[in-house]
Design a protein around this ligand. Structure first.
Ligand code: FES
Ligand SMILES: [Fe+2]
Length: 456
């Protein structure tokens, strides 16, 4: 379609009855509207503090189709700028990461500084070739500084940004999904935070639509059939199935926020210890000790375990084994760039970090066996939906329609059993709301401070 109207969108997605048109996975005009309506207003994961530990460190990230520079200035502030020169648009920073005193454009040499000792506003234009002779006093250097993202938040090492100055605080956006994200980011012994990224960021491209990936991790337990060969190979940490000692999980969806997770309801008793890396006594001893510490540290506080989920729109994570973050960057209607970051306890002994890294890499990422299955599903589903005839036929999302009930202990959440497409229906309802919706009073009607309620 050339343009897409609100009426079209309401026709294409019927979340209440569980049907979704294939057009939303293929069509260019819909994709462009997603970038304008969702990715320019949502809180997006842009990186991790561990990627920019020192002053002047930078990391080239993305927010939707917009390339951004994530950097730490000399005053310790974490900043996000559009990675496009204000002179004529050149990609200012073409390296994946590094350290730079100033960002100098390779096209005509304009340069920009983030250092508050030199400039009032980080990102200001400080160097312009031929300044005196060519511009005299007619170039307003402040006016032509880098485009800066107004909202940046750090949460337990993860960095999030939002282009909309009026957006609600990140913790409101997250809601009680926070409990599941915490399980990925907290130290295994129960202390808040304390994880670090090991290695760099794995990046690769896949010919699929970004929503296939997001909804897969939001709640698709029933595609386990496509991982049978992986289970048979026994790549689990202890050499058994894909994930040793798996406990039953439920589809838990955050109806008003669009997030979804396959996980357990919060409970106050730690499940019995399950061997994690049984084939390596030293590593196993670490996890056993950490388990005892966690039981002691958390006492009878509510906790969650064993989850995989998606924070609307495109941040997914595994919180246990493996323990990773997956960001799905949209490139075109039928292409994504996937980024994986791998987490471990920062103070774990090296053999524990090595064992985790080996396991994570054979499970996830471009060389991971499980991800290979997933990528195959997403690319074939995208390719075989692009034809003129295929586009006329909706997808079915009716599994467990009508089975949702409130999820105890989680505000605004429902659970609908293990095999369900409720989380996908929640995701597409939220998607439609953003694609057709107006201001934040419609998108986040009951925004209150989650921080206050959750202080524990
Ligand atoms: S495009 Fe950057 S200096 Fe001209
Ligand atoms: Fe999978």
């Amino acid at each position: 379609m050339d343009t897409v109207s609100e009426q079209d969108l309401r026709r294409l997605v019927d979340a209440d009855n569980g049907t979704v048109s294939r057009e939303i996975f293929i069509d260019r005009a819909i994709f462009d509207r997603e970038m304008a309506r969702i990715f320019s207003r949502a809180w997006l994961f842009v990186g991790h503090e561990g990627l920019i530990p020192k002053p002047d460190d930078f990391f080239a990230s993305r927010m939707g189709r917009d390339p951004v520079i994530l950097t730490r200035n000399r005053q310790g502030e974490i900043l996000v700028f559009l990675n496009s020169c204000t002179h004529r648009g050149m990609k200012l920073c073409r390296y994946d990461q590094g350290n730079a005193r100033a960002f100098t454009c390779p096209y005509h040499g304009w340069s920009f500084s983030t250092n508050r000792d030199i400039v009032d506003e980080p990102g200001e234009l400080v160097g312009v070739p031929h300044f005196e002779a060519g511009y005299g006093d007619r170039l307003d250097r402040r006016r032509w500084g880098l485009v800066r993202c107004p909202n940046v938040t750090v949460y337990k090492g993860t960095i999030w940004a939002n282009w909309d100055a009026g957006a609600p605080p990140f913790l409101d956006w997250l809601g009680d999904m926070r409990r599941y994200l915490d399980f990925a980011l907290d130290h295994r012994d129960g202390r808040p935070g304390g994880s670090e990224v090991i290695g760099g960021v794995q990046k690769w491209r896949v010919k699929t639509n970004w929503k296939f990936v997001a909804e897969n991790f939001a709640g698709d337990m029933y595609h386990d059939i496509s991982h049978r060969s992986v289970d048979a190979v026994g790549i689990g940490p202890g050499g058994k199935g894909r994930r040793d000692a798996q406990r039953p999980r439920l589809a838990i969806g955050f109806s008003a926020l669009g997030h979804g997770v396959l996980g357990e309801l919060p409970h106050t008793v730690e499940p019995e210890y399950a061997p994690t890396f049984a084939s390596d006594p030293e590593v196993e001893a670490y996890y056993r000790r950490i388990y005892d510490d966690r039981v002691r540290n958390l006492g009878n506080q509510p906790r969650v375990t064993n989850s995989v989920g998606t924070i609307f729109p495109n941040m997914s994570f595994h919180s246990r084994q493996p323990r990773t973050i997956l960001i799905t960057h949209p490139i075109s209607p039928t292409e994504v760039e996937l980024w994986r970051l791998y987490l471990v306890d920062a103070d774990a002994p090296q053999p524990v970090k090595d064992a985790a890294r080996h396991y994570y890499l054979r499970y996830s990422g471009p060389g991971g066996m499980t991800e290979a299955d997933d990528m195959e599903n997403w690319t074939y589903a995208t390719d075989s939906s692009a034809g003129a005839i295929a586009r006329r036929h909706d997808f079915n999302y009716q599994l467990a329609l009508g089975h949702a009930k409130p999820a105890p202990g989680l505000r605004g959440a429902v659970q609908s059993g293990t095999y369900s497409e409720e989380n996908q229906r929640i995701f597409y309802r939220r998607w439609t709301q953003f694609m057709t919706g107006g201001d934040w009073s419609e998108l986040m009607p009951q925004t209150t401070s989650v921080e206050a309620d959750n202080a524990d």
